[in-house]
Design a protein around this ligand. Structure first.
Ligand SMILES: [Zn+2]
Length: 273
């Protein structure tokens, strides 16, 4: 499932293909995504020029001329790929955008948990999906003060608190586990037991680790690809995630896996307290 570094990588790889291009036509092959696609609204984007591409949490925001924005969420298996119009269509290509340079932007999503919708830019933050999200991990306001307010008041496990999108927007299971490994904190630790120093460390490591992951163009386990259909490389640098039974990169212990809720957590029993 694409997390923040993957979505950021997709945004960066889309820009050279899309900026200043004009949309010629929008074709919706399969409107049944996580929420049904408003086909008419997407078709009405034809004729608009692509002015900017940015990210809010894990949402990709394409700003268009005339004040509209086109939002994509990649869900579990979504890809946005830019190809020449001659490139053979694939099964699960659900939305096809013809560009004025003869190329196409294609939204491909085998599991169809993604999202695609058009809105007025001024109403972006009012969307139900974006109204209640927390701070972006790169927002300077996400500091120790901010995090400590939540950790000291919660008996939840710290891994789950880090995944709470209303506190931190866009952090997912892979990177929450990796951040806790770097911080030497067990994912099962209760949030309110964390010391102020541990929380300071987390606040520092969150953007640091994500920046690192973006440098490696994200983590590819299966579907995730950027706009050029290239996979990321951060999976080769993971310390704990999906490494149960393998050796810790720091000490002789083996990485352990524990189920918290429906999602696994991974940690080194020696390095993480
Ligand atoms: Zn270790």
């Amino acid at each position: 499932m694409p997390e923040l570094p993957e979505v950021e990588t997709v945004c960066r790889s889309l820009r050279p293909h899309l900026l200043n291009r004009t949309i010629r036509r929008v074709r919706v092959i399969e409107p049944r995504l996580r929420e049904p696609v408003d086909v008419k609204a997407l078709r009405s984007l034809a004729g608009k020029r692509i002015e900017a591409i940015s990210r809010i949490a894990k949402y990709i925001v394409i700003d268009l001329s005339g004040g509209s924005s086109w939002i994509f969420h990649l869900g579990m298996s979504g890809k946005l790929i830019c190809v020449s119009a001659e490139t053979g269509r694939q099964k699960h290509d659900h939305i096809i955008v013809d560009l004025d340079d003869g190329r196409e932007l294609r939204y491909h999503d085998p599991r169809r948990f993604g999202l695609s919708l058009a809105t007025n830019r001024s109403a972006l933050r009012e969307l139900p999906q974006l109204r209640r999200i927390g701070l972006d991990p790169f927002d300077p306001a996400l500091n120790a003060e901010y995090l400590f307010r939540f950790t000291r008041a919660s008996e939840r496990r710290i891994r789950d608190l880090l995944l709470d999108q209303q506190i931190i927007a866009g952090l997912g299971n892979i990177y929450a586990n990796e951040i806790l490994a770097l911080a030497g904190i067990k994912p099962t630790a209760r949030a309110h037991r964390l010391t102020r120093r541990q929380v300071e460390m987390l606040a520092r490591l969150i953007p640091e680790l994500l920046r690192d992951a973006i440098r490696w163009c994200g983590t590819s386990f299966s579907d995730y690809r950027d706009a050029d259909d290239k996979s990321g490389e951060f999976q080769n640098h993971l310390r704990v995630y999906d490494r149960a039974g393998e050796g810790c990169r720091v000490c002789p212990s083996a990485i352990k896996r524990v189920a918290i809720g429906s999602r696994s957590a991974f940690y080194c029993p020696t390095c993480q307290k």
